[in-house]
Ligand binder design. Structure first.
Ligand SMILES: Cc1cc2nc3c(=O)[nH]c(=O)nc-3n(C[C@H](O)[C@H](O)[C@H](O)COP(=O)(O)OP(=O)(O)OC[C@H]3O[C@@H](n4cnc5c(N)ncnc54)[C@H](O)[C@@H]3O)c2cc1C
Length: 129
């Protein structure tokens, strides 16, 4: 059998390339050292739950075409990433914002927060970082 492409590693990149090449009428052979496709985004169904075998993955895009493309192949869960940091027994929402700084230090303005976070630098430098 003759192939147009041999794809070594069928992670997200290899899989998309293979699908696109196949859709364009090319013959593609994919191989992977793992026993499954998907690379690091692979999930295993365990008791009805898709478990991310290599660590949790969140898909981000603001590109409608990309979103429509990926939805042809998988069903996505709605997810908002809202991590919480535990600092000295107090919980803080992330990413940090003025509410965080107010809870931590009682400060109200960005200038006061800058003075707390990097007092050795000029406030304007800290705030623009
Ligand atoms: C814990 C973790 C969490 C992440 N979270 C996010 C996230 O939330 N959002 C996000 O956008 N990205 C995330 N990423 C990054 C994302 O996983 C990668 O950007 C993406 O998987 C890269 O795809 P890839 O096809 O390039 O590589 P991979 O997914 O690594 O696939 C490469 C494939 O090639 C195979 N391979 C390698 N060498 C050989 C070889 N010599 N012979 C045969 N096969 C080979 C591997 O087995 C693998 O299947 C995360 C990564 C990790 C590790």
């Amino acid at each position: 059998m003759k192939y147009d492409y041999l794809i070594v590693g069928i992670g997200l990149y290899g899989a998309v390339f293979a699908q696109q090449a196949h859709a364009a009428g090319k013959k593609v052979l994919v191989i992977d050292k793992r026993t499954h496709i998907g690379g690091n985004i692979y999930t295993e169904k365990i008791e009805g739950i898709n478990v991310h075998k290599y660590g949790a993955h969140i898909f981000h895009t603001n590109n409608k075409e990309v979103w429509e493309f990926v939805n042809r192949f998988a069903e996505f869960n709605r997810f908002t990433n809202s991590p919480v940091a535990n600092f000295k027994g107090e919980l803080y929402s992330m990413p940090f914002n003025m509410y965080t700084f107010n809870k931590m230090w009682g400060v109200v303005t960005p200038k006061e927060a800058a003075a707390k976070t990097c007092p050795h630098l000029l406030s304007s430098v800290c705030l623009s970082a």
